[in-house]
Design a protein around this ligand. Structure first.
Ligand code: CA
Length: 353
């Protein structure tokens, strides 16, 4: 795949390009990440690897990425113009406020949502946003989501995957699902570094980040939610995941076969019968975006197995700011109407833009 930045990409004539997993970072939260890296107070090697790199490494990549991710103004808009992106859906980057104690996390989530909403107010035709919530405090997270949707106009929640090593399959977190379903907004589950129990073999080999560790962590997280029966309890809940579903669409036959086999054999207490197959939940309760994975064969495969209406465009700015991938997606071998759905109308429908 080309890595050079091509000349400025023009806006498309017949569709808007809406990028649906575009990261930003609040300065106050970044300062607190740095402090946690310096003190190693979390004892979370993947977190320290990630924010030690973007926060302190002098490489061109980390320095420019940090500059871009903190900017909700002119610099970001210029990058969007250069790459032909009409609208960014803003998601506060990982690990959000999930590494802080609940009162701190709730305060920072509200402050960051006010900031995101302010950026949207200033540039309503260029930005929309998801709300940061603190899933470690489900009642407060539900209230903040309601405030963010009803008062601030944000379009759903972003949860940056594991919560200090725990996943949303645990029913103690399901107040967040209940709130999202009641508000009829989606929850975007964005990867985080593998939790300490998973991290060692990844970090030793330099594979804990976006190259693969994020996908393993987040794909596992989504699968635990499906097999927990959460979608039987909240059948209208819609979850969005990036990176072409973190690998799960490629596993569909084996997920269905082995889930059914192991439920039948009663091998695990945790694997209970579900109302639908694993792949039916993927097709009916999950949307996937193409963040970081704008590669024609994989995108076409996911569209064929999940349905064209389940696959949405995303860039993963600024971590994978590759305008050449816009050129690749413009060339998808699909009809004009399908391309408009992929880039624009699927996102408008899912996020009520
Ligand atoms: Ca991302």
């Amino acid at each position: 795949m080309a890595t050079e930045t091509p000349a400025r990409i023009a806006k498309a004539a017949s569709y808007k390009r809406i990028a649906t997993e575009e990261a930003w970072l609040m300065q106050d939260i970044f300062d607190r990440y740095l402090k946690l890296v310096e003190t190693r107070a979390l004892n979370d090697p993947a977190f320290e690897s990630l924010w030690g790199y973007y926060g302190k490494n002098p490489s061109e990549r980390s320095v420019t990425t940090l500059k871009r991710i903190l900017d909700l103004g002119a610099g970001r808009l210029a990058d969007m113009d250069a790459s032909g992106i009409d609208v960014q859906l803003l998601l506060h980057t990982a690990p959000g406020v999930q590494v802080f104690d609940a009162p701190t996390a709730n305060g920072l989530a509200a402050a960051s949502n006010d900031m995101a909403a302010d950026a949207v107010r200033k540039h309503p035709d260029r930005f929309a946003g998801l709300a940061l919530v603190a899933p470690q405090d489900p009642p407060a997270a539900g209230k903040e989501l309601e405030r963010a949707v009803k008062k601030l106009g944000l379009k759903g929640a972003v949860i940056n995957s594991h919560i200090r090593g725990e996943f949303l399959n645990d029913q103690k977190f399901w107040g967040v699902f209940e709130a999202a379903e009641a508000l009829d907004v989606p929850i975007y589950i964005h990867p985080s570094g593998p939790p300490p129990e998973m991290a060692k073999p990844f970090i030793e080999r330099g594979l804990d980040g976006a190259i693969y560790g994020f996908a393993v962590e987040c794909g596992l997280h989504l699968l635990t939610i499906i097999t927990s029966g959460a979608f039987d309890r909240f059948p209208k809940l819609q979850i969005v995941v990036g990176h072409l579903g973190e690998g799960l669409p490629f596993w569909i036959p084996r997920l269905d076969y082995m889930h059914a086999a192991q439920v039948r054999s009663k091998r695990y207490e945790a694997l209970k019968p579900l109302k639908r197959t694993v792949s039916e939940y993927l097709r009916e309760n999950v949307y996937i975006t193409t963040s970081g994975m704008n590669w024609e064969p994989a995108v076409m495969y996911c569209r064929s197995v999940l349905g064209n209406d389940r696959v949405l465009y995303a860039m993963d700015y600024p971590y994978q700011f590759e305008p050449s991938e816009v050129v690749a997606m413009d060339a998808l071998p699909v009809s004009d109407a399908e391309k408009k759905a992929f880039y624009q109308t699927n996102a408008e429908k899912v996020f009520k833009l």
